[in-house]
Design a protein. Sequence first.
Length: 189
Amino acid sequence: MSKKKGGCAREHLFDRRDALSLLTRIGGLALSAGPARAKAKRLPVRPEDEGFMRLAIAEAAKGDFPFGAAIVREGKVVSTGRNLGVANNDPTAHGEMVAIRRFVADNPAKDLKGATLYTSGEPCPMCMGAIIWCGIGRVVYAASIEQLAKRLGQIMITSRAVAEAAPFLTVEITGGVLSAEALALFDKK
């Protein structure tokens, strides 16, 4: 079967609408395929959260874009990261990814299991996927995806939605910690 486009016949021309329809049908099947359910828990702010979030926001202030992260284990900061996408010519160099990479450069990845990751902005799907694969047990963020979308382009999938798609891990999520301070960084850039 061929379709004409611009006067040229092309065999098997890619049709975005057909592909989107197929992906939607497949996605719907995958979501309803089994009994496995999400394990994301919303938790209230803990007394130590503001202090560690201030570290993540301080990292964000130094980044190419105002995003920063701190990984905490047993009450101690074990790694930090800031957005280095421009500096490193790496669009995956988000604050969370940089913090994870820094940690695993000197430590076994298994030592991330159960850690808490503080981040100035709610993790995007890429970062949340990495957080899940690392076994990080808790995520605390400042500004939400919805708040960030008012400042710059965002993939409108929440960290909770990504965590709910991973039935093999329980991720505790606390949001909104010092969000006004994190969002103020966008006014300075």
